[in-house]
Design a protein around this ligand. Structure first.
Ligand code: NAD
Length: 479
């Protein structure tokens, strides 16, 4: 990788492409250098290298793989400052959040280095004269197409369980955030991984991404991004009958009941939507609040939003820019649509921001919108910005119906002191993770994660992710 061009990393070496595209710093609008614009040729090169490497890699013992994953985790921790700076510059996220993301990425490699040594098949007592057992076998080559919101966390989430189970990988980072993925792949070589086990191909979604999705040598695909692109990828994989894990975002609701600890709820809800400027698939972007505590909750959230510092990610404010001007336009469009709706009221924010007179950045002020019609676009579509919509309810069943009233079903939170209600509502709200009197649990490497409905299918994270990268073989022996 030269200073100016971020290139793909294939088979243990940098690979250039005939064309490049600019990497734009969303904090300023300036360029951070160029990125190799790979396509079919580089994807084929990476898939071929991964296939070749997989012959040796799948024959390694869990202990050998565990040692390498653990060594890589150590190198990621060693490089925390460099990786965090690259991530913050590429994505605009505040430096402290980027440091945390680096540690979570290391944690994925450490976690899977540990659990892989106790990931077993079964012995099945079918008949006394038959010895029956199962093996969990790697699928071969796993492809990952990931989003720009948590580039390093998504690298760890996709690559660590795939290689721990004996697969080799080809990852395409998001167009906007390529640099940490390439850096991590180079660190893997330093950790001792054989060439071809971890490959990174940079480029644009419809080119490198589409080529990876369609490549016949990719045995499993995991995707994080929009529902629209996710369904394209699932379609491409279906044509050659390859399994897919899709994580497609959400419109997760906080259900704040009349007996909730409102002060705590307000703090957690505000911080969750400020994190990464609201560009989090699991952001709790819808507040459903009981009429009794509505005013207090809104006042507390508005007070928090009023104290937020905004600025370039690298200066470590509370709130950095959105990932791009394109994303800023998208968020502005949603908020403008709310302004046109009669009932909705912008309690605070609602506009782009220009901290310190920076006009080229992609900033958006933290925004609270009250009185939102559940049928409105802003209440049902993913905004992906620091924007909270608020809808009031009176009865518990009404709150549950509102929570389940979008096409998405990724996460949710129940805020109440009533234990019976907490469990009852947690069971009724659709979503892959439901929290009670808290939210997010710090990234949750250990917690199975994924959606229902248009939030996607399959589960990543936790021990359960190992099943996605393996298939069961049953062996029957006549004694
Ligand atoms: P996207 O779905 O277009 O991009 C996600 C990834 O898919 C990127 O790596 C991109 O290069 C790749 N990609 C794009 N087109 C492709 C194609 N035709 N074939 C293969 N790969 C392709 O998302 P976006 O445009 O960056 O963001 C749009 C919206 O998607 C956001 O506003 C947000 O609502 C949602 N989103 C959700 C998540 C999430 O965490 N679930 C992450 C990012 C974006």
């Amino acid at each position: 990788m030269s200073d100016q061009v971020t290139e793909s990393y294939i088979d243990g070496a940098s690979v250039s492409s005939a064309e490049t595209y600019p990497n734009i710093d969303p904090s300023t609008g300036a360029t951070l250098g160029d990125v190799a614009r790979a396509g079919d040729k580089e994807i084929d090169q990476a898939a071929t290298a991964a296939r070749r490497a997989s012959r040796g890699w799948r024959a390694t013992t869990p202990e050998q793989r565990s040692d390498l994953l653990s060594a890589l985790a150590g190198l990621i921790d060693r490089e925390v400052e460099t990786l965090a700076r690259l991530e913050s510059e590429d994505s605009g996220k505040p430096l402290a959040q980027a440091r945390n993301d680096t540690r979570v990425c290391a944690r994925y490699f450490r976690f899977y280095s540990r659990v892989i040594e106790s990931y077993y098949g079964l012995s099945i007592p079918l008949r006394p004269d038959l010895h029956v057992y199962t093996r969990r076998e790697p699928l071969g080559v796993a492809g990952s197409i990931v989003a720009w919101n948590y580039p390093m966390q998504l690298f760890g989430r996709g690559v660590a369980p795939a290689i721990a189970t004996g697969n080799c990988t080809v990852l395409k980072p998001a167009d906007e955030t390529p640099r940490t993925a390439v850096y991590l792949a180079r660190l893997a070589t330093e950790a001792g991984f054989p060439p071809g086990v971890i490959n990174v191909v940079t480029g644009l979604g419809p080119e490198a991404g589409a080529a990876l999705a369609a490549h016949p040598g990719i045995d499993h695909l995991s995707f994080v991004g929009s529902t629209e692109v996710g369904s394209l990828i699932a379609g491409a994989a279906a044509r050659r009958v390859a399994p897919v894990t899709l994580e497609l975002g959400g419109k997760s609701a906080h259900l704040v009941f009349g007996d909730a600890d409102v002060e705590r709820a307000a703090t957690v809800i505000a911080n969750a939507i400020l994190q990464n400027a609201g560009q989090t698939c699991s952001a709790g972007s819808r507040v459903l609040v009981h009429e009794r505590v509505h005013d207090e909750l809104l006042q507390r959230i508005a007070d928090r939003f009023a104290t937020v510092s905004i600025g370039p990610g690298i200066s470590d404010p509370d709130l950095g820019p959105l990932v791009s001007r394109k994303q800023q336009d998208r968020v502005r469009g949603y908020v403008e649509s709310a302004k046109e709706a009669r009932e909705a009221a912008i309690v605070c924010g609602g506009t782009v921001a220009e901290p310190d007179g920076i006009t080229g950045g992609a900033y958006f002020a933290p925004t609270l919108i009250d009185g939102v019609d559940p049928a409105a676009k802003i209440a049902s579509e993913e905004i992906f910005g620091p924007v909270l919509t608020v809808t009031t309810f009176g009865a518990e069943d009404q709150a549950v119906a509102l929570a389940n009233g979008t096409d998405y079903a990724l996460m949710g939170a129940v805020w109440t002191k009533d234990l019976a209600r907490a469990h009852r509502v947690a069971a009724q709200v659709d979503g892959g993770q439901i929290y009670v009197n808290t939210y997010g649990a710090g990234g949750g490497v250990e917690l199975p994660f994924g959606g229902f409905r248009k939030s996607g299918y399959g589960r990543e994270k936790g021990v359960e992710a190992l099943d996605a990268y393996t298939a069961t073989k049953t062996i029957v022996v006549q004694l």
